[in-house]
Design a protein around this ligand. Sequence first.
Ligand code: CP3
Length: 343
Amino acid sequence: MTLHNDLLIRAAKGEKIERVPVWLMRQAGRILPEYRKVRNSVSGFIELAKTPELAAEVTIQPVDLLGVDAAIIFSDILVIPEAMGLPYQMIEKQGPWFENTIQSAKDLSKVRIASPEEDLSYVLDAIKIAKKELNGRVPLIGFAGAPWTIFSYMVEGAGSKTFSKAKKMLYAEPELSHQLLDMITNSTILYLKAQIKAGADLIQIFDSWAGILSPDQYDTFGLKYISKICDAIDEVPITVFAKGAFFARKRMNELKCETIGLDWNMSISASRRLIGDNKTLQGNLDPCVLYSSDQEIEKHTIQMLEDFGGHRHIANLGHGVYPDISPEKVKVFIETVKNWRAS
Ligand code: CP3
C-alpha cells in the first residue's frame, strides 16, 4: 500500500523532505482521555494490548486527535519476556511485575526463544488491523526493547532506580548474561521480522536503561546485541534510541541503522559531530517543556528545530511523553514543528 504521508520514512533515509516529521514516544495511551475510555472498558493494560481491535484503535487515536506523522503500535516491550516464558503483570500506579525472574542457569533453562507467530500473534493481528484502518495515511512504527533493557526486567523482576541486580549479573556471571542476552536477541529478531511482515513500516529499538551501564559494559552487553539486530534486519529503516547513552554516540555511528534517537541531555551539535552526517537524528525536546506556556513551548521547539537544521531530523521528545501532560500542549508542540520551515 502506498503511504500518502511518508515524511518519516524519507527523513529516516536522508531523502529530501518538505518539512520535518513529528511524532511522540509513548503517544499511544497515557495522555488521551479517549485512550482512558477504551482502557476502562477492559480489565487493564494487558487485556487491552491483547485485544487486537482495541489495540489498533488506540494506536490510531493520536493520528486522528493530535495530527502526528506516524502511528506506533500499542503494545509493550515486555511482551518478549512473556513470550520467552516469564509472564508479567502491570500493577496500577507501580508498573510491571514478574513473578519469576532469571537468577541462575536453572532459571535460564526454563525460558525459550520466542515464537512470534504463536506467542505474539495478538501484536501481529493488531498491526494488520491498524495498517488497514490507517489506509496509508501515515507510517506505522513497530518496536521492541533492546536486549539489555529486556534483560534488566527479566533479572530484576520489576522497575528499579539502579537495576543493581541486573548489573550484578553482568559482573558476577558474564557467561550466563551473554546466554540470556543471546536468547533475547534471537527472540527480538524473529519478533521484529514478524512485525515487518504484518505491516510495520519502520522499527524502533528502545534501550531505556542504556545510561546506567559504564561505556565498556555498554559495548559488551548493550551495543553488541543491538548491532546483531540491526545487521539482521534490512527490510525497513531502524531507529535506535538508547536513553542516557551519551558516551556511546560515536560508536553508534557504526550501527547499521538509519536513525539515532537523542534524549534532552545530549547537545544537538555535539551529537551531530559525534554521530556524523550519515544518520538521521530523532528527538529531543525535554518532555517537561510541555508543562510550560504555549509561548515557551513554541520558543523551545523552534530552537530545537533550528539546532537540528531541518535536514535528517525527526522531531520528537527526548523520552516518552509524561502521563499528566495536557493534549493541548502536545498539540502546540506538533503544530510548531509542522509550521516551521528551515530557512
Ligand atoms: O509509544 C507508544 O505510544 C506505544 C506503546 C508503548 C507502551 N510502552 C505502552 C504502555 C511503548 C513503546 C512502550 C515502551 C516501554 N515500556 C518502554 C520503553 C520506553 C521508555 O519509556 O523508556 C519501557 C521501559 C516499558 C516498560 C513499562 N511499561 C513500564 C515501566 C510501564 C509502567 C509505567 C508507564 O510507563 O506507564 C509500562 C506500562 C505501559 N506501557 C503503559 C502503556 C500505555 C501504561 C499502562 C496503563 O495503561 O496503565
